[in-house]
Design a protein around this ligand. Structure first.
Ligand code: NDP
Length: 377
């Protein structure tokens, strides 16, 4: 008899085979404790899963942002999305269950708004970046000073993890202002919060990218280096998956990751692939750097929509260099996708309208079609 007085059943091992199987829902639960002692309880359950983590994603309204917000919110994490523009953030609301995605109005110049965005989180991602200077923020403001303010807030509230997205070729000695400020940003955040995980993605492609969309979307492509710059294009969804894995594995703290695709391309090779896929030819016009750079500078000042910058011209002359000491996708157990396996999917909307997948219908097929307009059963 059991201590409660109830009769105990003893089962012979040979009887186990004939016992009816009890159906149980496969509930997967886990608990782990963060660096500062917070318990993270995860329960799997589809859209209503409990992810346990509370994550703040600065720069969530951008291209890469949606892929990490989507990953976190659908696994049941609470995602804090600091935003500047009402309309820029609304697509993120549906990424997770009701109440999982929380919006906070934020401005880099408003310290209180940054602190308010990070204080309840156990992980903070900084995806904020700009390819060109804007009226109110130059590259230094966004990549160095902005990153510093976020890192200071992370350190002040002793947030468990900080993941800072920098860039490939980030280097304080680079001739490009973008790469230089990204390099300075890395240094500043590591000085303030040494456990920062640095992520250097290569040029990313995906639905909302500025790579395939530029190559396929314009009739005249202006460049200065005959499209000879080389890099390893990487799929934005793979980078999103890597950012999620970093949250789940605390061993990634204080590490630097170079995230790049499996194959190296020159811009001209990519333009060729794009032209074949969209069955159109995009004209390529080469303008010397000494003429294009001042022109871009002038246009960037005079026009109020994004027209590129002189620094983007400078970057056309810099190939991607991978830091051999940095970790890669392989260390996260992710196999990055190859560009050509996805170009069909991403470039389909750009295909020439004069191209049809099906051969033209024969006279007989046309007659048949007329005969059977709508057949049920
Ligand atoms: P996007 O340009 O698509 O998004 C940038 C994000 O940063 C947006 O959410 C934007 O907010 C925010 N942001 C920019 N300036 C400011 C500012 N002054 N104050 C507050 N927020 C600001 O970038 P991606 O998603 O393509 O890239 C993410 C990160 O990866 C960036 O840091 C980028 O530099 C880096 N990277 C990207 C590469 C690529 O190929 N795309 C290659 C290498 C690195 P808002 O919507 O309000 O403007």
């Amino acid at each position: 008899r059991s201590p409660a007085g109830l009769p105990q059943r003893t089962i012979n091992v040979s009887q186990l085979a004939v016992l009816p199987k009890v159906q149980r829902r496969g509930i997967q639960q886990d608990v782990h404790i963060t660096r500062t002692g917070k318990p993270i309880i995860t329960v799997a359950g589809g859209r209503s899963s409990l992810g346990g983590h509370t994550a703040t994603v600065f720069g969530a309204t951008g291209f890469l942002g949606r892929y990490i917000v989507n990953k976190l919110a659908r696994s049941g994490c609470t995602v804090v999305v600091p935003f500047r523009e009402e309309m820029a953030k609304r697509h993120l609301k549906v990424a997770g269950d009701l109440g999982r995605v929380v919006f906070m109005e934020m401005d880099l110049r408003n310290k209180a708004s940054i602190e308010e965005s990070v204080r309840h989180s156990d992980i903070v991602y900084n995806l904020i970046g700009r390819e060109y200077p804007t009226k109110n923020f130059d590259l230094d403001d966004v990549h160095v000073w902005g990153a510093q303010r976020i890192a200071e807030a992370v350190a002040k509230y002793d947030v468990d993890r900080f993941i800072h997205v920098s860039s490939y070729n980030a280097d304080v000695n680079s001739p490009s202002e973008f790469f230089r400020t990204k390099g300075q940003g890395e240094k500043v955040v590591r000085d303030i919060f040494p456990e920062t995980t640095l992520v250097r993605p290569s040029r990313m492609f995906g639905f909302e990218d500025r790579l395939l969309n530029t190559l396929a979307g314009v009739s005249n492509l202006f460049t200065s280096n005959h499209m000879q710059e080389r890099f390893w294009p990487v799929h934005a969804i793979d980078v999103g998956a890597a950012l999620e894995t970093m949250m789940l594995d605390d061993n990634t703290a204080s590490q630097t990751y170079e995230l790049f695709g499996p194959r190296n391309y020159s811009m001209a090779e990519m333009a060729d692939i794009v032209d074949k896929e969209i069955i159109k030819h995009r004209r390529h016009i080469n303008i010397p750097k000494r003429i294009r750079q001042p022109l871009q500078r002038l246009m960037n000042k005079a026009l109020w929509w994004p027209v590129g910058s002189d620094d983007q011209v400078e970057r056309e002359f810099i190939d991607q260099v991978i830091d051999p000491s940095a970790k890669t996708f392989a260390d996260l157990g992710i196999e990055p996708a190859e560009l050509t396996s996805l170009t069909y999917q991403y470039l389909l909307p750009f295909r020439s309208s004069s191209f049809y997948d099906l051969p033209p219908a024969t006279e007989r097929e046309k007659r048949e079609e007329k005969k059977y307009l709508h057949v049920i059963d």
